[in-house]
Design a protein around this ligand. Structure first.
Ligand SMILES: [Zn+2]
Ligand SMILES: [Zn+2]
Length: 343
């Protein structure tokens, strides 16, 4: 695959290098000119090729993490500068988003996503990829094989998050597993975990989205009316494992209706409003509750390189950076699939 490495740099009168970037402030999207990031010896400067709009970006826009600045955490880039590893320059990479302190017990055991003082690219205290340039720790970068297109590579971060479940909870072919929620993450979880459990059932409200999963061999159940939600357990029976990916604060409550006594519920929803559940249901049913967030980029890259998951049908539209406002409005429409931004 060929990429033009055209320079987008402009010098302002003070000699500072300026770039174009998206900025969120006061629930407004701005397109601004700002200084290009400077990189330290253990960092890389990346030139994004394509980035995806995530529901987390919408939550940030609404005030999650009191975020202000440049969002964007699902992206594929060319390496522009890599003082610590010059051979990386010009290579195509994806980038893990958690930037730990490097010193604490979590960082030292490979769990920098739990570092109490971590920064997170495009989410917390670190400018993200909806910009002509973004910096990242050198250690966070993974090379992308030529077999993976830019469009597919944008999905590495959410696909890694989907696959994390396979590393947290024992899944075998005999487990009865349901995924609740047919949004972008629910679909990715279904497409990825069907390789661990061919009978996995995706439960959702959008027939068109469920059909995307059916096309890749996933069994589905369509909730035709919200009135059915309290009766799902009676209709579908109970499950050893329920994966809650509804994005809604009441998702866990509906999920608990489906878990067998002694079973597990995996939670993927990060909503800024709190969930209210009757905890005695967890106690009496002896249910394991597992929170699940970021995953293994190497595993996600292997899934894409081997074409075990086809993420391309999950793309709704591709916009240019200058049209970011349109892209973001489109991404916020109910039921929209993945919106990508091209640079
Ligand atoms: Zn995301
Ligand atoms: Zn740390």
């Amino acid at each position: 695959m060929k990429h033009s490495n055209k320079s987008l740099l402009v010098l302002n009168p003070g000699g500072e290098q300026i770039m174009r970037a998206v900025s969120f402030r006061d629930k407004t999207v701005f397109l601004v000119d700002k200084p290009r990031p400077e990189v330290a010896a253990d960092q890389v400067l990346l030139q994004p090729l394509m980035a995806g709009v995530c529901n987390t970006d919408v939550e940030l826009f609404m005030g999650y993490y009191q975020f202000e600045g440049t969002p964007g955490h699902e992206f594929v880039s060319l390496v522009e500068k890599a003082p610590g590893d010059p051979q990386l320059v010009g290579k195509r990479v994806v980038c893990e988003i958690n930037c730990g302190c490097g010193q604490c017990s979590w960082c030292k055991t490979g769990n920098q996503h739990h570092c109490p003082t971590r920064k997170v690219i495009g989410i917390k205290d670190w400018d993200g990829a909806f910009a002509e340039y973004v910096k990242a720790p050198l250690a966070n970068v993974h090379l992308v094989d030529e077999a993976i297109s830019d469009e597919a590579a944008v999905f590495v971060e959410p696909l890694a998050a989907a696959l994390k479940i396979s590393q947290q909870i024992h899944i075998n072919s005999a487990s009865r597993i349901a995924i609740l929620g047919d949004g972008k993450l629910g679909l990715l979880i279904a497409l990825a975990l069907r390789h661990y459990n061919p009978g996995i059932l995706l439960v959702g409200k959008h027939r068109q989205k469920l059909n995307l999963a059916v096309e890749q061999g996933v069994s589905t159940f369509h909730i035709e009316s919200p009135d059915l939600l309290p009766d799902l357990g009676k209709i579908l029976g109970s499950f050893d494992i329920v994966i809650e990916a509804t994005g809604k604060e009441d998702g866990i409550d509906h999920g608990l209706n489906l878990v067998k006594p002694g079973g597990a519920i995996v939670l993927k929803t990060t909503s800024h409003s709190p969930s209210v559940i009757q905890l005695s249901r967890v106690v009496v049913g002896e249910i394991s509750v597992v929170g699940s967030r970021c995953g293994d980029f190497g595993l996600a890259l292997a899934f894409l390189q081997n074409k075990w998951v086809n993420v391309l049908p999950l793309i709704e539209a591709v916009y240019e950076l200058d049209d970011f406002r349109k892209a973001f409005d489109h991404a916020r429409q109910p039921g929209a699939k993945k919106i990508l931004v091209r640079f």
